[in-house]
Design a protein around this ligand. Structure first.
Ligand code: HEC
Ligand code: HEC
Length: 287
C-alpha cells in the first residue's frame, strides 16, 4: 500500500472521513451532547425578540460583540456563568462572534434597565464617556417592519401566539432590539453577588483619593446617576436620579453598589473591587 500512492490516498481519505463522521456528525444526534439547563428548557423567542435579533444582525452588532462566555476563570468572573450548549437552541445562526471590540453580551439581559439601553444605543457616549461604540439613532424613529415576522417564526419552529403578534403594533426597531438584549443569557440564573460583611472605610478623612474617586464615579456611575448625582433630566432611568448621601454612610454605598439592585443597577463588586468602590463612596459623601 505504501508503494502505491493512489491507493494510499484513497485509504487515507477513507480513514479520515470515518474519523470525522464519528467525532463530529454522530454527536449531532446524541442527546448527551446538549445537557439540559438546570432551570429547565430555554424559552423560544417572542416575535418582538426575534425581530430584535434580526436587527442585531442587520446593524452588525456581532462585528464588535461576542455572545459566548468561555469556561475560563477570568471570563466567568467578568461576564457570569459560562455559556451552555442548550442556550443556543433557537439561535439559527448562532451569534457567538469572534471579535470583542465591545464586551461580550451573552449575559447582558437584566444587567441594565431598559432606559439605559435606549439611551446607550441612541448615544453611547452620553452614558459611557469615551465609548467607541457608534450611535444608532435611526432605530428610535423607524417603525418595526412586521410583514415577515410570522413566516420567520414558522421557519424557525417558534410558536406564534396571536397576542404576541398583536404586540408588535406601534413598536419601533429600538423597542425590538432592547427586548432582544434583555432576554440574552437569562435562561441561566446569575449567582447572587454578596458584599463582605463588616466593611470599614479605609479612607476616612483622606482627601488625596477624592479626585480618583471622582473619575471612577464619572466612568461607572454618572451614566445613570448624573454627574451632579442628582441625575441629569436626560438619564430617564427611574429611581437613579439621586444618590442620597445623607441616607447612610460610605459602607452602605459600597454594599449597595457591590451587590447591585436587580433590574436597575449592575453589581459592581466583581468588576471594580473593594478599593475602587471605597474611593467612589468617599467621593459621593464628600460632595
Ligand atoms: C464598532 C464596534 C461596536 C459596534 C458596531 C457595536 N458596539 Fe456595542 N459596544 C462597543 C464598545 C466599545 C462598548 C463598551 C463601551 C460602552 O459601553 O459603550 C460597547 C458596549 C455595548 C453594550 C454594554 C455592554 C455592557 O456590559 O456594559 C451593549 C448592550 C451594546 N454595546 C450593544 C450593542 C448593540 C445592540 C449594537 C448594534 C446595534 C452594538 N453594540 C454595536 C462597540 C460596538
Ligand atoms: C445602570 C444604571 C446605574 C448605574 C450605572 C449605577 N446605578 Fe446606582 N442605582 C441605579 C438605580 C436605578 C437606583 C435606584 C433603584 C431603586 O431605587 O429601586 C440606584 C440606586 C443606588 C443606590 C441606593 C440609593 C441611595 O439613594 O442610596 C446607591 C448607593 C447607588 N445606586 C450607588 C451607585 C454607584 C456607587 C454606582 C457606580 C459604581 C452606581 N450606583 C451606578 C442605577 C444605576
Amino acid at each position: 500500500m505504501y508503494r502505491n500512492p493512489t491507493l494510499f490516498l484513497i485509504v487515507a481519505i477513507l480513514a479520515f472521513s470515518v474519523g470525522s463522521v464519528v467525532s463530529t456528525a454522530v454527536p449531532f444526534f446524541l442527546k448527551s451532547t446538549v445537557p439540559p439547563l438546570a432551570g429547565g428548557a430555554i424559552q423560544p423567542y417572542t416575535p418582538l425578540q426575534l425581530e430584535g435579533r434580526d436587527l442585531y444582525i442587520r446593524e452588525g452588532c456581532n462585528n464588535c460583540h461576542t455572545q459566548t462566555v468561555r469556561p475560563l476563570y477570568s471570563e466567568v468572573l467578568r461576564y457570569g456563568p459560562y455559556s451552555r450548549a442548550a442556550e443556543f437552541e433557537y439561535d439559527r445562526p448562532h451569534l457567538w462572534g469572534s471579535r470583542r471590540t465591545g464586551p461580550d453580551l451573552a449575559r447582558i439581559g437584566g444587567k441594565y434597565p431598559d432606559g439605559w439601553h435606549t439611551r446607550h444605543l441612541v448615544d453611547p457616549q452620553a452614558i459611557v464617556p469615551g465609548s467607541t461604540m457608534p450611535p444608532f439613532p435611526w432605530l428610535a424613529n423607524r417603525p418595526l417592519d412586521a410583514a415577515h415576522t410570522a413566516k420567520k417564526m414558522a421557519v424557525l419552529h417558534l410558536p406564534v401566539q396571536a397576542n404576541e403578534m398583536a404586540a408588535l403594533n406601534g413598536k419601533t426597531e429600538l423597542d425590538a432590539l432592547v427586548a432582544y438584549l434583555q432576554v440574552l443569557g437569562t435562561a441561566i440564573a446569575q449567582p447572587a453577588v454578596t458584599a463582605p460583611a463588616n466593611l470599614t472605610n479605609p479612607y476616612t478623612g483622606n482627601a488625596a483619593i477624592l479626585s480618583e474617586g471622582e473619575s471612577l464615579f464619572m466612568e461607572n456611575c454618572a451614566g445613570c446617576h448624573g454627574i451632579e448625582m442628582k441625575g441629569d433630566a436626560g438619564t430617564g432611568i427611574t429611581g437613579a436620579q439621586l444618590i442620597d448621601k445623607n441616607n447612610g454612610d460610605e459602607a452602605d454605598i459600597v454594599t449597595t453598589a457591590w451587590e447591585g439592585l436587580e433590574g436597575a443597577m449592575p453589581s459592581f463588586g466583581p468588576q471594580l473591587g473593594a478599593d475602587r468602590l471605597w474611593k467612589i463612596a468617599n467621593y459621593i459623601t464628600s460632595r
